[in-house]
Design a binder for this molecule. Structure first.
Ligand code: ATP
Ligand code: MG
Length: 386
């Protein structure tokens, strides 16, 4: 058997719901590692312990664990029976010819009833490793750290503690609909909501029949990747080109984008309700572009009745790009896609607006019929989550 011990942080603080949060995390781990079955995930004194029947699987799942929100860090490890002698024997065998200049031992007592103290274990294992390898102890900046986690009936030890993404397990906060473009910002916004425990339903508006399928392909790739952080999901693709064309024909140029956004929110909100989502998410960041000035954000959002979450509102572009790189969405987001719809983009967009102005313009547009058509023509793509 091979093992991984996962640590979670914030969940442990939620006193009354703790058990429910832990079960959610275990369920997500089992779902997202399903291709590596048979594995078993158990709760073990404030940790999740994963057992693998086959050794190589423990290595293979590590990239996947880095995508499971709620996991703060994890230690690939070996298990021995409780007691210093068994531990020493286990560590000696595992060390083999492993060489390092410096090391530290960090033992943790995970259950209070254990008689053995962690300092005693640190010293005993430290001496043993020093004798066996000739390396020096360095508690400040060790090349290798030997992590030992002690329970009353078993000890685990491993040579590496790997950072997870932190946050809360996807699903514990409910579901939101993420407006996903092919750009840099909205994928990061969706991931930030996932990290706070939301399952995200992805909604994309594409300019068919005026743009090629390519832009949809790119968003599908992004959605697939985002889905791998939550074990799958759905991308709802709404054909929006016809609505854009009609807005271009019937409304003053400077207001176009604001009217597009209001239509997107209306359609997204119907879809969100249909799928049980409690809010909408966008990648908007204050003053980043003309449509994201304070007054435009305010007059756009009047079109929706669900709450709108904008996790990037206070971030600048450099920060968002950095986060996109860290999450792994950046490379796909910057992939060029054919932009055939330049006639839809105004040269002089309004930077200030009031909701009443936009409502007046919409009084001449078949808004309800557009919403109905958009919802009806929406195509559903099932994400694999792998
Ligand atoms: P992004 O990088 O996410 O495209 P952006 O900075 O380019 O964002 P805008 O194009 O003004 O900003 O869009 C603002 C937000 O509106 C996006 O972050 C996204 O949430 C939503 N949005 C824009 N276009 C679409 C689309 N075609 N489909 C779905 N959502 C969209
Ligand atoms: Mg964009």
């Amino acid at each position: 058997m091979q093992h991984i011990l996962c640590h979670y942080g914030e969940i442990a603080l939620k006193k009354n719901n703790r058990n429910w949060f832990e079960q959610a995390l275990i369920k997500n781990i089992e779902r997202q590692l399903k291709d590596y079955a048979p594995l078993k995930a158990h709760k073990l004194a404030g940790r999740v312990w994963i057992e693998f029947a086959e050794p190589h699987r423990r290595e293979a799942v590590q990239p996947l664990l880095k995508k499971i929100f709620g996991v703060v860090n994890f230690i690939p490890c070996e298990r021995v029976e409780a007691g210093l002698d068994k531990l020493k024997a286990g560590v000696l065998t595992a060390l083999g010819d492993y060489k390092f200049d410096s090391f530290a031992v960090r033992a943790k007592k995970c259950e209070p009833q254990l008689a053995l103290g962690s300092q005693e274990v640190n010293e005993a294992i430290g001496r043993l490793v020093q004798e066996k390898t000739g390396s020096r102890v360095d508690l400040e900046n060790p090349q290798t750290t030997i992590h030992i986690e002690m329970f009353h009936d078993r000890f685990f030890f491993g040579f590496e503690k790997i950072a997870g993404p932190g946050g809360l397990p996807v699903g514990v906060a409910g579901s939101v609909a993420g407006l996903l473009s092919g750009g840099i910002d909205s994928p990061v916004a969706c991931l930030r909501m996932m990290k706070r425990g939301c399952r995200v339903l992805f909604v994309h508006f594409h300019s068919a029949p005026f743009a090629s399928e390519q832009s949809l392909d790119k968003t599908l790739d992004l959605a697939e990747y985002l889905g791998s952080f939550q074990g799958g999901g759905l991308l709802l693709a709404v054909p929006f080109g016809e609505i854009q064309r009609e807005i271009v024909a019937k409304a003053p140029e400077g207001y176009r984008v604001l009217l597009y956004r209001r239509m997107m929110l209306r359609i997204a909100e119907v879809l969100a309700r249909e799928y049980g989502s409690m809010g909408l998410v966008t990648g908007e960041s204050l003053s980043q572009v003309a449509s994201q000035t304070l007054s435009n954000l305010a007059s756009i959002e009047q079109a929706a009745t669900l709450p709108i979450f904008r996790p990037l509102i206070g971030m600048d572009k450099v920060e968002i790009v950095k986060e996109a790189q860290a999450f792994g969405t950046y490379e796909t987001s910057i992939r060029p896609h054919e932009d055939c719809c330049s006639f839809m983009v105004p040269r002089h967009p309004k930077t200030q607006s009031r909701a009443e102005e936009l409502e007046r313009l919409e009084a001449n547009l078949p808004v309800d019929a557009w919403v109905e058509r958009g919802v009806k023509e929406t195509k559903r793509h099932v994400l694999q989550g792998g």
